[in-house]
Write a protein that binds this ligand. Structure first.
Ligand code: IFM
Length: 790
């Protein structure tokens, strides 16, 4: 009888076991080859420096192992036209084959019993367990785990425990490290050298690799160790060729004894250090001289700390609770506060889709999670935009503008990396214009800078980087449009968030965000001139900011054409939108193909069908700028016309509906957003998790249901939670203070932790001053929030 094996996966000689609470576990029972690619994405382990897909160690017909190292981009040497940099797949450090009584174990070929995988969200560990019966008898139990250390980002760890359950079994274990196989369209790291070296008394080996065109060197040092029942260490047989290393053990295992294989892997690249090979070898040596349990312990402690700062508890809905933890798990694993020269790609380090490229997804969808839970990660991500300002300036200059126009898609340098064309499902070659027309990215970056500055008051960042980004993006907006005969400033031929409509004039999202960007830049110029005049004169001198430039920014902001109709309270998504064909989307529901494929590209462009939140996105981001009736009117108008053809859309609709008090609708969108990866409801999770959708999910709870808003001297909350949630608990950081918030249907309680005090406002109640250690409770009395005690 085999019962719930995964609950005891590393007992015995280890202090570590999987988290028992089901609300911290995402589980996959059995094995379905067709689902393997999405499982690889969902169960990926990552620490922001390195991420590995959850491929089966022994492989399967469809396994697609890939490890990505942030910032290690290369181009596909065989691409005919302009090659696009993409994250290079590093060797599969977890590859491990197992022969039992001479038969190779493969899930797609053998007889296994109760195969289970479990993503332990709390500890950031992927566990696996199954029993395997070798043809002629001999049942063995296999328990495994792996992780990318959050405490020591260069370290990866794998452990496999084998136990013969009935009688002697002969096993042959082979741990192979080699470049991943070549596949069309994939860029991979190839080996330059492989050498085996004696590291102290422990064996270890090292693989040296290099990108083909970007010249980044990568060193992987690793060592496997097999022990019997926590005691005797068995030495491996080794074989090395220039591009692979194999450690193998062949032995009869005795019934009842446990054989534990641990593999420690250390990665350095020439992006981090001058001599990655030396660093990797030395680092590995240090680890081998210490207790491997310490590697697990420090990793688990690092996760514990991050969860203290970022867990969101939903008491009353287990499925959403898990989905939210799944979202936070991937967000925590996506960022690296220690590297400000990389950002997070649309699929983070979990898959090949979008080639590891960075979009507005990072600043608008993911960044708020970091700003309010881990400001150093947020800062590092924004510094990436500062380091890539030269490329953004160059893009603007190349297109005939001034200032900084960020790349719609970028890799490590910040240069534009959007592919020039795509092949449509019906084989047509379609030019991709986003790289030259989707300008709103510059305002999105500026928005993120401002949000970070408001939430952290990080003066050093503002003075060293933030102000420059605000000025340069404002300069771009001041140069890309024109004041026309009607006296308004128009920005023509752009793509807004709704990418179904290309080359449109005066996209409301773009124009109003640009207007806001111009205003914030002018405000920052005034702030600097008043409070940091030296920095202001230095910046204005270095970047040639004329004395009257800020007033020009203010003037153009005032003249901006916004498409707002004061009679209806509606923004026209772009000029001419209201005259397009109205299509009743209900007629096409439910549809599995994207609506632009069903309708055809041309008809979609001539219709009011919207791909993803566009005007709704604008209302969401600049909420306080619009009166309640305008927010509502625009949501009511655009919501039925939006098809959510992008994973970025449902969470924003959830957040806006919640803020409008339409909790039922909000919950519908929230569930849809929560299932994007977990049920693969868009059908493309195989390419990696949808990092923006995960960030959006967090925002839907914190900005939507909890109604978080930034006040000049603190935070506000206007809760609109579903009645079935008994409690919503979370922590947010604000200017060095952490607030622990609990929202229940009848009461809100907040405790502050930190050195200062802040203002907290619940609903329309007068703001209260909350000092460190103090707890305040508000209750709803006749529908209005009232402070009860301090
Ligand atoms: O940035 C998004 C875009 O808004 C919609 N298409 C996918 C991109 C990457 O997620």
């Amino acid at each position: 009888m085999i019962d719930s094996p995964i609950d005891t996966a590393l007992e015995g000689d280890s202090r570590f076991a999987p988290t028992a609470d089901p609300l911290w576990r995402i589980e996959e029972e059995g094995f379905n080859l067709a689902r393997e690619h999405e499982i690889e994405s969902l169960f990926a382990v990552s620490n922001g420096y390195v991420g590995s897909r959850a491929s089966l160690a022994e492989g399967s017909l469809l396994s697609n192992p890939a490890t990505f190292i942030a910032g290690v981009f290369d181009t596909n040497a065989s691409a005919h036209d302009d090659p696009i940099p993409e994250l290079a797949a590093a060797p599969d450090w977890m590859q491990l084959s197992l022969l039992v009584n001479g038969r190779e174990f493969r899930l797609d070929q053998g007889s296994y019993v109760r195969h289970r995988r479990m993503m332990d969200l709390r500890q950031g560990i992927l566990w696996r367990e199954f029993h395997y019966r070798a043809g002629d008898g001999g049942l063995i139990r296999v328990r495994a785990c792996r992780f990318a250390s959050l405490a020591d980002r260069h370290v990866l760890f794998q452990s496999v425990r084998l136990t013969a359950e009935d009688h002697y079994v002969n096993i042959h274990l082979r741990a192979v490290t080699e470049p991943v196989v070549e596949r069309p369209g994939r860029v991979r790291l190839t080996a330059e050298s492989c050498r085996c070296r004696e590291i102290a008394t422990n064996r270890g080996y090292q693989l040296g690799l290099c990108t083909r065109t970007t010249g980044i060197k990568v060193a992987i040092a690793a060592a496997g160790r097999l022990r019997i029942d926590g005691g005797e260490v068995i030495a491996p047989q080794t074989e090395s060729t220039p591009d692979r290393h194999v450690e193998s053990w062949e032995l009869d295992i005795e019934a009842g004894k446990t054989y534990r294989f641990d593999r420690l892997v250390v990665i350095y690249t020439s992006r981090d250090v001058d001599r990655p090979g030396v660093m990797a070898a030395e680092h590995l040596q240090r680890l081998l001289n210490s207790d491997p349990e310490e590697v697990i312990a420090t990793h688990a402690r690092a996760w514990e700390k991050r969860w203290r700062e970022s867990d969101v508890e939903i008491d009353g809905d287990g499925a959403l609770q898990k989905a939210l933890r799944f979202a936070c798990y991937h967000l925590i694993g996506a960022a690296n506060p220690e590297d400000e020269r990389v950002s997070i790609g649309a699929r983070a380090l979990t898959g090949e889709a979008y080639k590891g490229h960075v979009f507005w997804d990072t600043e608008i969808f993911m960044l708020p999670f970091y700003i309010f839970t881990d400001p150093p990660s947020a800062r590092a991500l924004l510094m990436y935009r500062h380091h890539t300002l030269p490329a953004a300036r160059e893009k603007a200059r190349h297109l005939g503008y001034r200032g900084a126009l960020y790349a719609w898609e970028s890799a490590d340098t910040g240069e534009e990396t959007t592919p020039g064309y795509a092949v449509t499902p019906d084989g047509e070659i379609k030019p991709i214009l986003n790289g030259v027309l989707e300008h709103h990215i510059s305002a999105d970056v500026a928005y993120a800078v401002w949000q970070y500055w408001q939430a952290t008051a990080d003066e050093t960042f503002l003075l060293q980087a933030g102000a420059e980004i605000l000025f340069e993006t404002a300069r771009f907006w001041a140069s890309c449009g024109r004041v026309e005969a009607d006296g308004h400033y128009h920005i023509r031929e752009v793509i807004g968030p709704d990418e179904y409509h290309e080359g449109v004039d005066d996209n409301a999202f773009t124009n109003v965000m640009a207007q806001w960007n111009l205003e914030r830049a002018a405000e920052t110029a005034r702030l600097l001139a008043e409070q940091w005049p030296d920095r202001w004169s230095e910046l204005s001198r270095r970047h040639d900011v004329a004395e009257d430039e800020p007033s020009t920014w203010r003037d153009l902001a005032g003249r901006m054409y916004t498409g707002f109709d004061s009679r209806t309270g509606l923004f026209e998504q772009f000029q001419g939108y209201f005259g397009l064909e109205d299509i009743d989307l209900a007629q096409y529901a439910p549809h599995t193909l994207p609506i632009d494929v069903l309708l055809g590209r041309e008809r979609t462009q001539l219709s009011k069908v919207v791909k993803q939140a566009d005007v709704v996105m604008l209302i969401y981001l600049l909420w306080d700028r619009f009166p309640p009736e305008v927010r509502k009117a625009n949501f009511r108008y655009y919501e039925p016309r939006t098809t959510h053809g992008s994973s970025l859309s449902p969470s924003i609709h959830a957040a806006v509906a919640a803020r409008l008090g339409d909790v039922k609708n909000a919950m519908r969108y929230f569930r849809q957003a929560s299932e994007i990866d977990l049920t693969n409801n868009m059908g493309n999770a195989a390419g990696g998790v949808h990092a923006a959708a995960l960030g959006g999910l967090w925002q839907a709870v914190i900005f939507g249901f909890a109604g978080l808003s930034l006040l000049p001297d603190g935070l506000g909350f206007t809760p609109h939670c579903p009645t079935e949630w008994r409690a919503l608990r979370f922590t947010v950081a604000w200017r060095g203070i952490r607030l622990h918030v609990e929202i229940r249907p009848e009461a809100v309680e907040i405790v502050a932790e930190g050195e200062k005090s802040l203002a907290v406002q619940i609903g329309g109640a007068p703001p209260a001053r909350l000092a460190s250690g103090q707890r305040i409770r508000w209750e709803q009395v006749k529908g209005a929030w009232k402070e009860i005690s301090s």
